[in-house]
Design a protein. Structure first.
Length: 390
């Protein structure tokens, strides 16, 4: 947006029927001058606490305001005194889930301020927050709402562009679709290590921990599941990262499929440099702002580590090699790490780094992707962990 920054109001709320229980959040953005509703958000959260739901509503509202004007003057109004006082810096945040969400909110605030905007925090009584409360109840009822009336009146020329594209007849006819068998990529996250259990960063170039007893059991289970899944499949290749936990997860998979795994270092976890071995809790206390940047800023790198952009670039190269090696109709099992799995899915879905964090990739989970020669890609399933259930 050009010219003077918009003056916006974010109203947010969240609730849990049981605390913790069935939870959802709601948020809306108003024009402070006209009181017009510019955006509405609501979504279910599964089983969560009231406070997590309230913070989730705050994050959704801030992101909606940022989309309207990246340098807006924003007043946040909530009936949660806890969230308002914590975000204003007057009360401490102790719960890990609340810290995580507060970091997301603080990062949006930082971006707004860096773009010339401002954010203020106002507590309001519950009866003054009825619109956000209604939306949060929609979320608890299982409804997802994402309305953006502001786009309809933004005057950005979107309708005219769409009309020009529909009337154009100069484009070359599209190639016929590939109806043959796709190449399948099965992304397997390694089993757990002691670092995984303790919530420690364990990237490329760090301590390189081995699987613990539980992780070894997970590796055997995923191997059995993949052997059954691929029993009637043609050519299969197994590739692992160079890190110990990936190779130790990949070895029983390759054995179950009657082959040896190939190591490709480009599937390694992102390097976290000086932070390797540190827990998220410690980093949230000592490096709050930098941890927030690691989650959303693709160019940010910890001292001695690599950025998300650098990691994603090497993973893209590894992905292309895997597809070429398999060929049409072939299957590649890739045993890798959470960040590479996120990078592949984000690339396919066109997600920002911030949105990609919402994708689950549990230890020893399997994610399936299918690719055709005409460029079409389909995510068949994500985070399959059925084989780990007793």
């Amino acid at each position: 947006m050009t010219g003077e920054s918009r003056r916006l109001i974010v109203e947010a709320d969240g609730g849990s029927r049981g605390n913790p229980g069935v939870a959802g959040y709601g948020a809306l953005v108003r024009d402070r001058r006209t009181d017009e509703v510019l955006a509405e958000r609501a979504a279910p959260l599964g089983k969560e606490s009231n406070n997590v739901a309230e913070y989730s509503g705050l994050v959704a509202g801030l992101l909606a305001a940022e989309a309207i004007d990246a340098g807006a003057q924003v007043e946040v109004r909530m009936d949660s005194k806890l969230v308002i006082e914590q975000m204003a810096g007057r009360w401490k945040i102790k719960h890990p889930d609340m810290k995580r969400l507060a970091l997301q909110a603080q990062d949006v605030v930082r971006r707004l301020v860096e773009s010339g905007g401002d954010v203020t925090w106002t507590w309001i009584p519950r009866e003054a927050n009825k619109a956000a409360d209604k939306l949060s109840n929609d979320g608890m009822d299982g409804r997802t709402i994402e309305r953006d009336p502001w786009r309809e009146t933004s005057g950005d020329g979107g309708a005219e562009v769409a009309q020009e594209q529909m009337l154009s007849t100069d484009e070359e006819p599209a190639a016929p679709p590939d109806t043959g068998n796709p190449t399948r990529i099965l992304l397997v996250r390694h089993g757990v290590t002691d670092f995984t259990v303790e919530g420690r960063l364990d990237g490329r170039g760090g301590a390189d921990p081995s699987l613990n007893a539980r992780g070894r059991d997970q590796a055997q289970r995923v191997a059995q599941a993949l052997a059954a899944r691929l029993a009637d499949t043609g050519a299969v290749t197994v590739v692992t990262s160079s890190l110990a936990r990936a190779q130790q997860t990949g070895a029983p998979i390759a054995e179950a499929l009657g082959m040896r795994a190939v190591v490709d270092r480009d599937w390694d976890e992102q390097s976290f440099g000086a932070w390797d071995g540190r827990t998220f809790a410690d980093l949230a206390a000592d490096h709050r702002d930098e941890l927030g940047r690691l989650r959303v800023d693709e160019s940010f790198a910890v001292e001695g580590g690599e950025s998300h952009t650098e990691m994603a670039a090497r993973v893209e190269q590894a992905m292309q090699r895997a597809v070429r090696a398999a060929g049409p109709g072939g299957t590649v099992v890739v045993v890798t790490h959470r960040m590479p799995v996120m990078a592949v899915l984000a690339s396919v879905l066109g997600l920002t780094r911030e949105r990609a964090w919402q994708l689950a990739a549990a230890p020893a989970s399997v994610t399936g992707i299918e690719l055709w020669r005409d460029g079409n890609v389909q995510i068949a399933f994500v985070n399959d962990t059925h084989h780990l259930r007793d």
